[in-house]
Design a binder for this molecule. Structure first.
Ligand SMILES: Nc1ncnc2c1ncn2[C@@H]1O[C@H](COP(=O)(O)OP(=O)(O)OP(=O)(O)O)[C@@H](O)[C@H]1O
Ligand SMILES: [Mg+2]
Length: 253
């Protein structure tokens, strides 16, 4: 299976003000369906900008972005939002949960906003898989950081996205909570083992994850390295050691 779920083609993006920083400088990269890719690079190298452009949260100045074959870089609101809600899940470093809503309502919120009837059975299943069955009525404020991030992951998975974008999802977590979140992202990519056998069930989602941590990147199938708004190298079947060595090389450029 080598289909591409997200294709970024020669994307540039600059921000006004200051020296007119070119955050992305002609980036082309494809992300395969059902695979886990980490994005690394020094601070300010354009990782978040790449994620935002690839996810349709931000618009490139030039170049194209295809999401499941649809050119989202040309879409205007509300079609862009619709494409995002149908195909994409998000996990952020700071969880981005609504503190006034219960865990359960947080998980269902994207589907409600999209105007689709939430699939409650699947949402319950997802809550079980992230280890939060029974916490549905809690408020996010009653949960630990690791639990909150697992709620964010359940929220992302509840919409059965083709791709989950994660920007430093373990950045605010300790090692053990971070490892749980990474294992769940890995499981989501691997289709949670048994889901592939259920008829009509798509196997895993793709995950595109920005991280600073070589140990986190080692959970991925592939790592791409950014420097100064360009992709400078990549690594298949990463280990923490290989990633750390590559990061040192990239930072020394
Ligand atoms: N909203 C913005 N306005 C102006 N400049 C921005 C904005 N967002 C990003 N930039 C600039 O674009 C460049 C790339 O930023 P980006 O946030 O993509 O980097 P990053 O690799 O995610 O960094 P970090 O590891 O610190 O999160 C940086 O020079 C940054 O200062
Ligand atoms: Mg960033």
């Amino acid at each position: 299976m080598t289909e591409t779920v997200v294709e970024v083609i020669d994307v540039t993006k600059s921000y006004a003000g200051g020296a007119g920083v070119r955050a992305l400088d002609g980036v082309s990269v494809g992300f395969a369906t059902g695979t886990f890719c980490a994005v690394m690079g020094p601070s300010g190298s354009g990782k978040s900008t790449l994620l935002h452009c690839a996810a349709g949260l931000d618009r490139p100045d030039s170049g194209r972005v295809l999401l499941a074959g649809q050119e989202i870089s040309r879409l205007r609101e509300p079609k862009l939002t619709e494409a995002r809600r149908r195909r994409v899940g998000f996990v952020f470093q700071s969880y981005n949960l609504m503190d006034s809503l219960s865990v359960w309502h947080n998980v269902l919120l994207p589907q409600r906003l999209a105007g689709v009837r939430p699939d409650r059975d699947w949402a319950r299943e997802v809550m079980r898989r992230v280890g939060l069955a029974g916490r549905e009525n809690d408020r996010p404020g009653q949960l630990s950081g690791g639990q909150r991030q697992r709620v964010a992951l359940a929220r992302a998975l509840a919409g059965r996205p083709e791709v989950i974008f994660a920007d430093e999802p373990t950045g605010a977590l300790d090692i053990s909570a971070g490892r749980e979140v990474l294992a769940l992202l890995r499981d989501a990519v691997d289709g949670f083992g048994d889901l592939g056998s259920r008829s009509g069930e798509r196997s895993g989602t793709a995950v595109i994850m920005v991280t600073h941590d070589p140990a986190a990147a080692a959970w991925a199938d592939r790592v791409v390295f950014l420097a100064d708004g360009r992709i400078v190298t990549e690594l298949a079947d990463p280990t923490a050691e290989k990633v750390a060595a590559q990061m040192t090389a990239v930072s020394a450029r």
